[in-house]
Design a protein around this ligand. Structure first.
Ligand code: CAA
Length: 248
């Protein structure tokens, strides 16, 4: 596989870290982009990926800030070359039933999960089109397909990513650029670990394959959609959820 340059937002998060690793193992140059300036998480990430040498890097980005996204892409393109693969994996939850949700909880989730994807896509589409190659993968969620109690904000943002992906896929279809979303089910991440334990156990017990998803399950799907040979797959949403839709 070629050394194409990949950027993964949420790159040191639960799913992002596994995605960075999978792409690096495929021979990509990968920049993990996340909010932290210099934290324990960043240091652990650097240590864990030291074996990849310069091929894996870390950069700071605030995906809610258009200028920050522009600066990230400029910096990556200046140091490594055109971005060929963009994975929008930055995501947050602020769970609450709608009757208790305040506007800040709604806005925070929409801004990171949905507007963040716009802010990043906007930086790369022109260059990808000019080069006649690109792979954009938006990490959505099973809860964007089914809804989830206490997640009107999150479900709206993740369903929104499907719409964004399909519309952008149409705009870029003739340019060699594909745009897809992946909808993970419940995976072993800090986000899922934060669900109250009894509720989490109940959710996991209903997964048909009988186990929680591993971040690597999602990373493998990202790697597949990012391949040069995946050029005929665009505008889809790929559910990776342990069979959640066959549970009834
Ligand atoms: N389904 C049905 N009813 C539920 C419920 C559920 N899941 N959860 C709570 N209720 C009921 C309660 O039994 C209670 O009923 P009564 O009023 O009859 O007693 C009522 O709803 C409580 O309502 P509240 O508005 O007071 O809710 P709360 O403040 O107690 O808790 C919540 C709401 C914080 C959202 C809590 O339900 C929760 O933490 N849910 C988890 C949401 C979840 O699954 N998040 C996924 C995070 S991981 C992720 O998102 C990754 C991914 O992509 C898969």
């Amino acid at each position: 596989m070629s050394e194409r340059v990949a950027v993964v937002t949420g790159g040191i998060g639960g799913l992002g870290t596994a995605i960075v690793r999978a792409l690096a193992e495929s021979g990509r140059q990968v920049v993990a982009a996340d909010l932290d300036q210099d934290s324990q998480r960043v240091r652990e990430f650097r240590t864990a990926h030291a074996g990849f040498g310069d091929r894996v890097g870390y950069a700071v980005v605030d995906v809610t800030d258009f200028a920050s996204c522009a600066a990230l892409i400029q910096q990556v393109e200046a140091s490594r070359g055109p971005v060929a693969i963009l994975v929008n994996a930055a995501g947050i939850t602020r769970d609450a039933t709608l009757r208790k949700m305040d506007p800040a909880q709604w806005q925070a989730v929409l801004r990171v999960n949905l507007e963040g994807a716009f802010n990043m896509c906007r930086q790369v589409v022109e260059s990808m089109s000019e080069h006649g190659f690109g792979r954009i993968i938006n990490i959505s969620s099973v809860n964007g397909q089914t809804g989830q109690f206490g997640q009107t904000n999150y479900a709206a943002s993740k369903a929104g990513l499907h719409g964004l992906s399909m519309a952008l896929a149409r705009e870029l279809a003739k340019k060699g650029v594909t745009v897809n979303s992946i909808s993970p089910g419940y995976c072993r991440t800090p986000m899922v670990e934060a669900i109250p334990a009894p509720l989490r156990e109940q959710i996991i017990s209903q997964i048909p394959v009988g186990r929680i998803g591993e971040p690597e399950d999602i990373a493998r799907a990202v790697r597949f959609l990012s391949e040069d040979a995946a050029g005929y797959i665009t505008g889809i949403n790929l559910p990776v959820n342990g069979g959640a839709f066959i549970s009834f």
